[in-house]
Structures are given as C-alpha cells and as structure tokens.
Ligand binder design. Structure first.
Ligand code: C2E
Ligand code: CMP
Ligand code: CA
Ligand code: CA
Length: 426
C-alpha cells in the first residue's frame, strides 16, 4: 500500500474536489493534472482560474475559516495532495512574520474581491475572463515544485509515523574509559518505517526540524528518554544505574521554543527523574546563531538542574571562547578527530589540548566514535575520561541496553568485549 495514500487523492475528469459554500480544513497541492476553480452565477459555473501541477488551491478556507469561496473540479485526471491546516499555517508563520501578515492580508482581499465580483456579475453582468492560471502568476519551476511536493509527502508520512508509534529511540552507552563501565547513554531517534525499514535521523530529521512536527517529535523523544532512564534507575541489580545520565539531543529550534524548559522539566518530574541526570546535547550552531537567546535559555536550564553538553565539538566553527563563556558541563569531541587520530598528527595535538583545557575548566570530556581498542587506549592516555562508540555498543533498543547493563554489572571490566558482541542494530 502506498503510505501516502491517506492524503493523496485522484480525481477523474470533471470530478468535484469540493464545492463553493462547503467547509474546508485543508489546502491542496496539485501533483498531476489540473483543477478548475469556478463560482456559480445564476446556476451556471463561471470559471475563475485553472490551477496546474505544482500549484495550490483551497488555501483561503484555512486562512479566514470561511466556507469555500469557489468550486474545484478536476480537468483531466488530477492527483492532489492534501495539506493539513497545521502544515499550511506553520509555513505561513515560519516565514518572516511581516510577510506572513502580508500574505494573510492578500488572501483575505482575494476573498473580498471575489465576493464583490460575484455581486457585480449578478447585478451588472460584468464578465469574468476564464483562463489557465489566471491570478496565480507563473507556475513554479519543476525543481521548486518537486521539492514542495516531496516535502509535503514526507511531512505527512512522518506525522502518520509519529501517530502510529513508528518513531523509536535507540540508546548508545557512554563509558568510563578507565574500567569501561557505562556512566550514561545517549538517546538517538530512528523511524521504523513500514515500507522503507529502519531509517536513520539523517533521512528525516532536518525535515522535521523545519516543520511543525519538531515540537511534538522533541517532546516525544524527551518523554521516551525519561521513561527509559526511570526504568533503568529502578533496577536493583544495576548498582551504577542510579547514577546513570541520559543524554538527549536538542535541536537549536527546540531550545528556543516558548515553554520548552517548562515542558521538559514537567516530563522529567512526571517520570520521577532528577533533572541533574539529564544532559541536553546542543551544538555550536546554536551558540553562533543566537548567542544571547542561547545564553539565557541555557542558564535557565542549568537553574532547573539540567546539564548541558556541547556536541560534535571541533566541527565547523569551533571556538574555544564558547567553552568558558557558556554554562557547559561537558564537551563531546567529534568522531572525526578520533578516526583521524592515527593519520593526522594535528588531531592528536588538538585532542591533547582539549583534554588539558577540559581539565582546567572542570568540564567532563567524551570522545565520540571510538571503534577500536587502540583508539580507546590512545584517548584514555591523553587524559580523556569518557568514550562512546561502536566498540562499547552501537545504538540499541532499550531491552538490549538493559541486557548490556546487566552484563556490565556482572563483569564490569569486560564491557568492551560484551559491547562489541552485541549485534549491530543500525
Ligand atoms: P550525534 O548526536 O553526533 O550522535 C552520534 C551519531 O554517531 C549517531 O548517529 C551514532 O549512531 C553515530 N555513532 C556512534 N558511535 C559511532 C562509531 O563508533 N562510529 C560511527 N561511524 N558512528 C558512530 P545517528 O544515530 O545516525 O544520529 C545522527 C545525528 O542525528 C545525531 O548525531 C544527532 O545530531 C541527530 N539526532 C539523533 N537523534 C536525535 C534526536 O532525538 N533529536 C535531535 N534533535 N537530534 C537527534
Ligand atoms: P477556498 O476559499 O478555500 O476554496 C476555493 C478556492 O478557490 C480558494 O480557497 C482559492 O484557492 C481558489 N480561488 C478562489 N478565488 C479565486 C480566484 N479569483 N482566482 C483563483 N483561485 C481562486
Ligand atoms: Ca549527540
Ligand atoms: Ca556527536
């Protein structure tokens, strides 16, 4: 079955999509074919415009909550994608707020003009010239159209996936390199797609971040991660579990949502998880783009008890100034440094420097992407206390993490061997 079917509709030539005066709670994007927009005048339809593939129609009912201002019928065979009210409004709000206002005003004026036009047609018989694309400007380019349609498809599919619990978290251990015992784990999202299999965040996260879905996705991740931590901490057979930390990735937009902090604090509280056991992983992008907002938000998170880790340190725009300026608890060294370590002496110098800096600033340090014992030994000898990577365990479902933790509790110095024996999940 086509997973997009629920919001993709096919119409035969002349078939009605909706009629003037009916209520509407969605807009439509035309995927194939064309749609004719008409109004009834003295019982006969007058064509106002013909919308073609890549164009939108039915948007006015969302903007002003009025009944449909015209009738829409397929011209030839037409396929349309339904654009939910939330999808449409998010886009309107996501652009510059002034432009959003301008667009709303234009759309409202179109409705007023339409009503006046109807009145004029009825009273004075002023003709309305029908014609393809009338009033719509030029149709979008092929590339713009394909992008727009793909985004809408994926977005609706992701919304469906979220509602049907297809989004799941995997957990990857972070270990103390001295004894390889787990001290924390990082929650990493996956999409268990019914047709496409297990999808990594690279395939859907940036789309979610740019859509209205990130808020619910972020909340869902936080809830699942807190519930998992509560479950781990309640295990009596895991002596270190009470002190374990849960790392949760927070995208820049999420952190700046109004109510973000209240929401995560409430989730932690309702799961009886101490906020100090939660590490919010942020990236340098946030500190560069919105330093003032980031600073006040991070301080508020710290006041609430949360810890902050700077993720992927060393990629892109790294500045040592952030390390002392922002209220961080931890730095995670990007895995590119670890994988380059033996071929690039600069990586070793930087790693050494970071280890002593973290020590001076009293920041915890985690080396990411450790895949071999050789790498683990090298970073430990440089003074990096913690590590994360396939050597200690791939991201895995909660049940497997619990097994790994039980094994680690029994043989605390052989986690590395156990971890690498765990079948790959990703
Ligand atoms: P990240 O936060 O840097 O997460 C670490 C990534 O490195 C994960 O990829 C993990 O599977 C991978 N990894 C861990 N150890 C090794 C190793 O030894 N070798 C190699 N080659 N890779 C390793 P993943 O799970 O695909 O996640 C990619 C990114 O997606 C994450 O990078 C994070 O930025 C983002 N992400 C994942 N889950 C979430 C989430 O729930 N919320 C947000 N906002 N972002 C998320
Ligand atoms: P809505 O009012 O939701 O339903 C009818 C749709 O027809 C409307 O949104 C617009 O998308 C479209 N429409 C209304 N008036 C015109 C017009 N004058 N020219 C082109 N399209 C129109
Ligand atoms: Ca991370
Ligand atoms: Ca990282």
């Amino acid at each position: 079955m086509d997973s997009f079917e629920s919001f993709r509709e096919s119409y035969d030539d002349g078939e009605t999509v909706f009629v003037e005066g009916s209520q509407g709670d969605c807009a439509y994007l035309i995927e194939h074919g064309a749609v004719e927009i008409s109004i009834l005048h003295e019982g006969k339809p007058t064509v106002l415009a013909t919308r073609v593939a890549g164009e939108i129609f039915g948007e006015m009912a969302i903007v002003d909550k009025q009944p449909r201002s015209a009738t829409a019928r397929a011209v030839g065979e037409a396929v349309v994608l339904r654009l939910s009210e939330e999808q449409f409004k998010y886009r309107l709000d996501a652009i510059d707020p002034v432009m959003g206002l301008v667009l709303r005003t234009i759309l409202e004026r179109v409705r007023e003009t339409l009503l006046r036009l109807k009145y004029e047609i009825a009273d004075f018989g002023i003709p309305v010239t029908p014609g393809p694309g009338r009033g719509s400007g030029s149709p979008p380019t092929d590339l713009g159209r394909k992008d727009a349609l793909d985004r809408v498809r994926l977005e609706r599919d992701l919304e469906r996936g979220l509602n049907e619990n297809e989004l799941i978290l995997h957990y990857q251990p972070i270990v103390d390199l001295a004894g390889n015992s787990p001290v924390a784990c990082e929650a990493l999202i996956r999409w268990n797609h019914p047709h496409r299999g297990l999808l990594s965040p690279a395939t859907f996260l940036s789309l979610a971040e740019d859509s209205y879905l990130m808020r619910s996705l972020g909340q869902y991740v936080f809830e699942q991660a807190c519930a998992a931590l509560a479950e781990i901490a309640s295990r009596r057979d895991l002596p270190f579990a009470k002190k374990m930390r849960m790392h949760v990735n927070i995208s820049p937009k999420q952190l700046l949502y109004p109510n973000f902090l209240r929401q995560i604090a409430d989730i932690a509280h309702s799961n009886r998880v101490e906020t100090k056991s939660i590490v919010l992983e942020i990236t340098e992008r946030l500190l560069i783009d919105q330093p003032d907002e980031a600073m006040s938000m991070l301080n508020a998170c710290i006041d609430e008890g949360f810890q902050i880790a700077l993720d992927d340190f060393g990629t892109g725009y790294s500045s040592l100034a952030y390390l002392s300026r922002f209220p961080l608890s931890e730095i995670k060294i990007d895995r590119s440094f670890i994988s380059n370590m033996h071929s690039n002496s600069r990586s070793i110098e930087i790693l050494n420097m970071l280890c002593s800096l973290a020590n001076t600033l009293e920041l915890r340090l985690v080396a990411e992407g450790i895949e071999s014992q050789e790498q683990a030994d090298a970073v430990r000898q440089m003074g990096c206390p913690n590590g994360q990577g396939y050597l200690f365990g791939r991201p895995m479902p909660l049940a497997e993490l619990k097994t790994l933790l039980s094994t680690a509790a029994k043989t605390s110095d052989t986690v590395a061997t156990q971890g690498s024996a765990i079948p790959a999940q990703d």
